[in-house]
Design a protein around this ligand. Structure first.
Ligand SMILES: C[S@@+](CC[C@H](N)C(=O)[O-])C[C@H]1O[C@@H](n2cnc3c(N)ncnc32)[C@H](O)[C@@H]1O
Length: 219
């Protein structure tokens, strides 16, 4: 997985826009705007990739500081080239931060890639202060079975197309439907958050439940 992210890193921003029909930025902007972070908030951009959430927090929340954390060094190098000021290599399963460090944790298309979702949510909850927020944007399985099949087939075809065009490797982006096939739905993720110590959980759905944007406040 890490090798794959190292390979796709230089094309990552383009592919994110392509898979979301250019809507990714507006979803992320809304994710930050509705978080209503306090002044001088400290924010974790987990699985930051090239640092979209860090950059948006910097733009939309004057006074807030963010730390980008990713397991792939190459992504962090690109994030810093784009202007991200604080970045560190780290694993979502064992974050190098004390309990209650952050006012908010933002995760863009990250949770689906972690080997143990429940463990990652526990770890995120641990480093969040009481009342602090988790904001997650990710692919989810549509609840309708027929729609789910069509969506996975469509993502697979799109992955093969862009993998071939951009890298000459048709399977390089099929990790998206592959990781999604064993993932959960938007509602199941909301339930997992409630069971994991989050009191108010709110979600928006896009692409008929194929993309979900969650806000959850730690109890
Ligand atoms: C699909 S990219 C998301 C990038 C960015 N957050 C965004 O919204 O576009 C997923 C990122 O998760 C990182 N990642 C995968 N497993 C991880 C882990 N266990 N801990 C930290 N980062 C991880 C990858 O290196 C990759 O940069």
């Amino acid at each position: 997985m890490r090798n794959m992210f190292r390979t796709i890193a230089p094309r990552y921003d383009f592919i994110t826009r392509a898979f979301s029909y250019g809507m990714d930025k507006s979803w992320k902007r809304l994710g930050v705007a509705r978080a209503r972070l306090p002044k001088a908030a400290l924010v974790l951009d987990l699985a930051s990739g090239t640092g979209d959430f860090s950059l948006l927090v910097g733009k939309q929340c004057p006074g807030a500081r963010s730390v980008a954390v990713d397991i792939t060094e190459r992504m962090l190098v690109l994030a810093m080239e784009r202007g991200v000021e604080r970045a560190a290599c780290g694993d979502a399963g064992a974050l190098p931060f004390a309990d209650g460090t952050f006012d908010g944790v933002f995760v863009g298309y990250g949770l689906r890639n972690f080997p143990d979702l429940a463990e990652a949510v526990r770890e995120i909850e641990r480093v969040t202060r009481p009342g602090g927020l988790l904001v997650s944007l990710d692919f989810f399985l549509p609840a309708n079975r027929m729609l789910r099949r069509l969506y996975l087939a469509y993502l697979y075809a799109q992955g093969v197309f862009w993998g071939y065009v951009l890298h000459g490797r048709p399977r390089i982006y099929t990790y998206i439907p592959d990781s999604l096939a064993s993932f959960i739905s938007i509602d199941d993720f909301s339930s997992l958050l409630r069971r994991s110590g989050y009191a108010s959980v709110d979600a928006r759905r896009y692409l008929m439940g194929g993309i979900g944007l969650h806000w959850a406040a730690k109890a």
